[in-house]
Design a protein around this ligand. Structure first.
Ligand code: PDD
Length: 276
């Protein structure tokens, strides 16, 4: 297997990181996860655009031009002969230098690798449970930063309670999931938190909003409360790996009779028809 680095394609085994590395010591970097369906990237340009927005927001240089990066990522799937469903992980960090908080004068580190990843078909069909958790993150969650402690703590709590995701809320307002965006349907209206600074602007989120309009749903990028969430007709979360995942229970309260709702199913089918 090969990985893509700032120096081009190299064998996975030869990727070595020094112990004084900004990503390791400070979480000083940004990342992306990109879906691959049958060997082809999904929403590639959207992810690359977001990567550059995240990097710019923390004054970090991506060691590629946008189109150069897209070409190199294509070479990576070609070289690894990827034909199946998979995902790409990539990260950019502020480089390797003796540990000091302020920026070092060294080049950024970059790597991208591909991992086999099946679609969660059974979960998509039956739906999953969620818990609620306090959103204790910082104000700039639109940056896809490597600092994920609050996210992994919330996800671990969800897992220990037999749930798939933790739905985060700040002062009673639902923001997003620990690694997903959150949607609810009430009547003919699909609600999700606006693409403000305090949530990640999900690539699947954006695609679902477009699909929903075309499917005749009214779309409201309007924040909603925990109470409104618990009284929704349907709830789902979205992410690159989870696609449109129905939520059938929140904190032990059953949603839409414990089965994925009809409108969620319509959106799932539309998404599947357009992906890969
Ligand atoms: N997570 N919100 C958060 C906090 C996320 O970490 C993610 C994605 C999303 C959904 O974004 P997108 O639709 O672009 O995947 C929303 C990725 C998959 C991860 O960290 O593994």
């Amino acid at each position: 297997d090969h990985v893509l680095t700032q120096d081009g394609l190299i064998a996975k085994e030869s990727l070595l990181y020094p112990f004084e590395e900004r990503g390791l010591q400070f979480g000083d970097g940004v990342y992306e996860v990109i879906r691959i369906y049958q060997g082809k990237y999904d929403l590639l340009e959207e992810h690359i655009d977001r990567l550059f927005r995240s990097a710019e927001a923390i004054r970090l240089e991506v060691p590629f031009m946008k189109d150069e990066l897209i070409t190199s990522l294509q070479k990576l799937t070609d070289r690894n002969d990827v034909q199946t469903d998979a995902k790409l992980y990539l990260q950019v960090t502020r480089g390797s230098a003796p540990r000091e908080h302020s920026f070092p004068d060294v080049p950024s580190n970059f790597y991208a690798y591909i991992e086999q990843s099946d679609r969660p078909v059974s979960l998509l069909q039956h739906g999953v449970r969620a818990i609620l958790a306090d959103d204790i993150r910082w104000d700039l969650c639109y940056i896809k930063s490597l600092n994920l402690l609050p996210n992994i703590l919330a996800k671990q709590t969800a897992k220990e309670k037999g749930a798939f995701e933790a739905i985060l809320h700040k002062q009673g307002i639902v923001t997003e999931g620990s690694s997903s965006n959150v949607f609810m349907i009430k009547g003919q209206i699909l609600y999700t938190h606006p693409a403000a600074d305090n949530i990640l602007h999900g690539c699947v989120r954006k695609k679902v909003l477009a699909l929903a309009s075309r499917a005749g749903l009214q779309v409201a990028e309007t924040a909603f409360t925990i109470d409104q969430l618990l009284h929704a007709d349907e709830i789902f979360i979205t992410s690159t790996t989870s696609e449109i995942m129905p939520i059938i229970e929140v904190e032990g309260k059953t949603i839409s009779n414990g089965v994925p709702g009809d409108k969620t199913r319509v959106l799932q089918r539309a998404y599947e028809n357009e992906s890969g």
